[in-house]
Design a protein around this ligand. Sequence first.
Ligand code: FES
Length: 147
Amino acid sequence: MANSGKMKRRDVTNLLGLGLLAGSLPIAIAACRSDPAPEAQSEASGEFTTLGSMADLIAQGSLTGTVSGQDLIVVRDSSLPDAALAVSPVCTHAGCTVDWDRGQELFICPCHGGRFNPDGTVSGGPPPNPLTTFEAKIEGDQVMVRV
Ligand code: FES
């Protein structure tokens, strides 16, 4: 009876050892992988590009440019003074190019009167979807976008 108790304890110890070994196997395999971690891949998928200066954005009310073949308009929303918002100027109704109306703080489509908020969401008119948006940031005096 006493032996039986020792065997059980040894069995449990062996199983525990196998469990620890099996548990550490994925860590050992992961440590040997040569491809980058998912965070590193998303970090490398696109870099921020300077579209213009903050001084020009303030003076002109908007910045336009093309990054990697993508036309962009960057504007500011008075309710978010520390942020820059980047959108595609292509209207989602029929593809006309929207204009930024600084006074109304709206993108206005000249073709059928579509209106979009600074963040690209539809404010009125026939457009079925928001403008395509892109990441934008202000770094020092530089306005940067990532497409
Ligand atoms: Fe912009 Fe029709 S193309 S509202």
